[in-house]
Design a protein around this ligand. Structure first.
Ligand SMILES: [Zn+2]
Length: 501
């Protein structure tokens, strides 16, 4: 008898539907798995065989052929275990024919028959379909984000009894949806740093990448951590997209529900290229830049990052995706993030002042580690000095995150009303139409261009930031000298930043 069981297989952040075909026929007892299984899929039959022994099911004493269809596609991971077990039970008539019509199955089997959670349950559930879809009990909430009817099982024995109608469906142990997340840090905690706070607001409102330089202890990390709180909450579609990526990376906490806040990723300087960019030898897992999709990526000590990592950032910064090509296959992973980078002004961190221990040559070499094209991606570049003791102790708390986020939301609505998502992405060809300049602003920029103080690309970036400043001020174009002047002030050259230390 032939059994066909729907399930799915994960690759990158997407999953593909897979049908497990099982045929039990006469011949020497032997089990073969065909149809592009990877090592983990090939081992599935051993896990299923052991689970059968634990549950008291019989392994057919015949020839068993298991085909993972479509055969041309590579299948990866252990999520097909449960479907394979059900297929063998059906093909060997230990389950009545017709008992599983409409069902799809996802789950890894333990040798004792336990149904274990799988990596990527959200995209897998979306691909597997099924009415109902049977998933590991612990993942009912997560699978439910992508599938309308989900039932959870904890053990293969329970599943078979329920399918035969001998026992009710086990009540899925479903953790409470939307588990409590740690509260985000608030901008009110940042004392002083008026310019940096303003730059954060502009970055959030216009989606402008931000480079912060300055000595250690200036609060660069503290500022970056508060940026996601200023971004508008994710829409339902965006939240599902982000949740799928985190699920595929295996970092979605069980029962987390939908991730509806912009994510914040701060990979350590020593993180491997795979951890940052994505990849891996058996599964193509998304890296930190994809986990930061629709949120904030914070790279500390940009000057210490390896050149290969900095080079890999160019594609996502330009296209919002990262394309990964490996022997196991190629994938395009989403990676549209707001980049905040921090950099010490020199290797010792003091940046030329009295306490600096670096030679002038060393400082120059350090600055040159960032290529001009990468540096050019930062619309906002500013120096964050160490806060004065008086500011840290005396000054009143700054504006709270909620107050600034409300202004950001208003500014974003203005850019959406113009038909553009964020100002940082306004094409250069539309700047004359969307961000016209008044006469004084034009004169200011023309002077800079004539003196070689601004490149053509830099000019576009300054106009985009000026447009965001106008949006935040509630002013309609044309952009004034004040908008343009402020935008220029928020885009210091690296040499100036070093000198400021
Ligand atoms: Zn130094």
């Amino acid at each position: 008898m032939l059994a066909c069981i729907p399930t799915a297989s994960l690759f990158g952040v997407d999953a593909d539907p897979v049908t497990i075909e099982v045929q039990v026929h006469s011949g020497l007892p032997c089990t073969t798995v065909v149809g592009g299984p990877d090592a983990t899929c090939r081992e599935a039959k051993e896990r299923v065989r052991a689970a059968f022994a634990s549950c008291g099911f019989e392994w057919p004493n015949k020839r068993v052929t298991i085909n993972l269809s479509p055969a041309w596609q590579k299948k990866r991971g252990s999520a097909i275990d449960l479907a394979m077990a059900v297929g063998i039970l059906l093909a060997s008539e230990q389950l009545p024919a017709g008992s599983i019509s409409g069902y799809a199955f996802l789950g890894e089997l333990g040798l004792d028959g336990a149904v274990r959670p799988v990596v990527g349950v959200v995209p897998l559930a979306e691909a597997a379909g099924g009415d109902p879809l049977v998933v590991p009990a612990a993942q009912v909430v997560d699978a439910g984000l992508a599938s309308s009817r989900v039932v959870g099982v904890g053990h293969l024995g329970d599943l078979v009894r329920a399918l035969k109608g001998e026992a009710p469906w086990p009540l899925a142990h479903s953790p409470k949806p939307g588990h409590r997340r740690a509260p985000r840090p608030d901008l009110a905690d940042v004392r002083g740093q008026a310019v940096a706070r303003a730059a954060l607001e502009v970055a959030a409102a216009g989606g402008h990448h931000l480079l912060l330089t300055g000595p250690p202890g200036g609060g660069k990390t503290m500022l970056a951590e508060r940026l996601p709180g200023l971004l508008p909450p994710l829409t339902q579609a965006e939240a599902l997209e982000v949740t799928k990526i985190h699920s595929a990376a295996g970092v979605l906490p069980v029962g987390a529900g939908l991730l509806d806040e912009p994510p914040y990723e701060a990979p350590h300087t020593t993180a491997s290229a795979i951890a940052l960019i994505g990849g891996g030898s058996s599964q193509l897992r998304p890296g930190a830049i994809s986990l930061a999709h629709r949120g904030v990526l914070f790279l500390d000590e940009l000057g210490e990052q390896r050149p290969v990592v900095l080079e890999c950032l160019r594609q996502p910064l330009e296209e919002g995706v990262i394309r990964i090509h490996r022997a196991i296959g190629s994938a395009t992973l989403p990676a549209r993030f707001l980049l905040v980078a921090a950099m010490n002004p020199c290797p010792c961190g003091e940046g030329g002042g009295r306490r600096c221990r670096c030679q002038p040559g060393e400082r120059l070499r350090y600055a040159r580690r960032l290529s001009a094209p990468l540096l050019d991606r930062f619309d906002l570049r500013l120096h964050v000095p160490r806060a004065e003791p008086g500011q840290l102790l005396g000054e009143a708390a700054g504006e709270a995150t909620a107050v600034v986020a409300a202004r950001v939301a208003v500014a974003r609505r203005r850019s959406i009303a113009r038909g553009t998502s964020i100002n940082a992405l306004v094409p250069g060809s539309r700047l004359d139409e969307l961000a016209p300049l008044d006469r004084a602003a034009r004169r200011l920029l023309a002077g800079l261009l004539a003196r070689g103080g601004l490149s053509a690309r830099g000019l576009h970036r300054v106009r985009r930031v000026a447009l965001t400043l106008a949006d935040l001020a509630g002013a309609d174009p044309p952009l004034t000298e004040e908008h343009v002047g402020t935008a220029l002030g928020l885009r210091a050259e690296l040499a100036t930043l070093q000198a400021a230390s």
